[in-house]
Design a protein around this ligand. Structure first.
Ligand SMILES: Nc1ncnc2c1ncn2[C@@H]1O[C@H](COP(=O)(O)OP(=O)(O)OP(=O)(O)O)[C@@H](O)[C@H]1O
Ligand SMILES: [Mg+2]
Length: 366
């Protein structure tokens, strides 16, 4: 996978912008608020995923205009391709001249992995962001997973609504069997895909984290779920979940919500046997988030045969020079976009190209 050209018109502060990046490392530097993260976000949107900034579509449009356009020429699946994203009151997406029914249809056409400071929350904050990391990563490999998630969330809302209704209409109690059967089938798809993903990601992650820390620290990853759920096989997951929901009915009716299932699960991230969230230093937490992203890229390549484009926004701060060196060395043969304010740490890397961004425009440096 390779970006050959990105064009932006009235996209955030990139009013008339075009970049023809090189096929390996592209260093984008400039002062604060010049448009570096906007550029990374603009490329990321072609994965069909939502912005890592959690922005609404209308926020992409330059304040002084009514519509924005992004166009990407890329090489992927063995051929040159073109995609366009138009944002006005609606978002319209084209791939090779054909309008797609929804932006998510771009998923797995253009593959990328992004790290931005916002992703530190995966390590630092609550479980929902770790679940989101897993779900987004799996969706890029298996677009049908997104449908299973959607159906699971619907079935979950239906069970929760029923739990509340049962308080006033006890005759509805028997309907729980039907809803729980459906909910557990969908939950089983989600949990087994997540467990399988973690199993595949683990060797890459351990290797990359060990490299970042020069072999001094060991990282571990695990799937954390209710202790009653047996993760051995999909059949075990489903039957143990059915049992767990049955035995929790009384308290679930009391609370009006379902307290077991993939919507409550977590991803365990440990460094040297300690939870990174609670005990990791800032540099360790950043290394951990970054290792997750780099491992995600390795796994995509391993499974699809396509090397995803790597987008690293402001990745170097808080890392010591040994950790910075590992990252530069690890990414040097891939197409990477890496942003920073001060490029001196990155300039020791040969073979890349450097672009300076100023007020949303580019000047190529020599
Ligand atoms: N819809 C929009 N229209 C116009 N300008 C916008 C829009 N959305 C964001 N901006 C502006 O784009 C500017 C650049 O933002 P960006 O986050 O890309 O900066 P940056 O170069 O990454 O800076 P930093 O080094 O601080 O991370 C900001 O000043 C922001 O206010
Ligand atoms: Mg930025």
């Amino acid at each position: 996978m390779r970006v050959n050209r990105l064009k932006a018109v009235n996209y955030r502060n990139l009013k008339r912008f075009e970049i023809n990046p090189c096929k390996n490392v592209n260093i984008i530097f400039g002062d604060n608020a010049q448009g570096k993260t906007n550029l990374i976000e603009g490329i990321w949107l072609f994965t069909g995923c939502r912005s890592f900034r959690g922005s609404k579509d209308c926020e992409y449009i330059n304040f002084e205009n009514e519509q924005a356009m992004l166009e990407l020429d890329f090489f992927g699946q063995g051929r040159d391709q073109n995609s366009k994203i138009l944002v006005s009151d609606k978002k319209k997406v084209e791939l090779n001249g054909v309008t797609l029914s929804s932006p998510s249809k771009l998923t797995s056409e253009f593959l990328a992995v992004v790290f931005s400071p916002a992703h530190l929350s995966i390590v630092k904050d609550g479980p929902s962001l770790r679940r989101k990391f897993l779900d987004t990563a799996i969706c890029q490999l298996k677009p049908k997973y997104a449908g299973a998630l959607l159906q699971y969330n619907r079935a979950l809302s239906q069970r929760n609504a029923l739990l509340k209704d049962i308080t006033y209409h006890s005759e509805l109690y028997d309907m729980l069997d039907v809803w729980e059967e459906k909910l557990c089938s969908l939950a089983c798809v989600i949990i087994s895909q997540r467990v399988e993903y973690i199993k595949k990601l683990e060797p890459f992650l351990i290797d990359i984290y060990s490299g970042i820390s020069k072999g001094k620290e060991e990282m571990k990853i695990s799937y954390i779920t209710d202790e009653k759920i047996k993760l051995n096989s999909p059949a075990d997951i489903k039957s143990s979940l059915v049992e767990a929901l049955k035995s929790a009915r009384k308290s679930d009716i009391y609370n009006g919500s379902t307290n077991t299932g993939p919507h409550r699960d977590d991803l365990g991230l440990e460094i040297n046997g300690l939870l990174a969230r609670n005990f990791g230093s800032q540099g360790q937490q950043r290394s951990c988030a970054l290792a997750l992203k780099l491992a995600e890229a390795e796994l995509i390549k391993n499974i699809t045969g396509e090397q995803p484009v790597i987008l690293l926004d402001d990745v170097m701060s808080e890392l010591d020079s040994a950790r910075q060196d590992y990252i530069l060395n690890h990414i040097k043969d891939k197409q990477v976009f890496i942003t920073c304010c001060e490029p001196s740490a990155l300039l020791k890397m040969s073979g890349g190209e450097t672009f300076k961004l100023k007020e949303g425009s580019l000047c190529t440096c020599t």
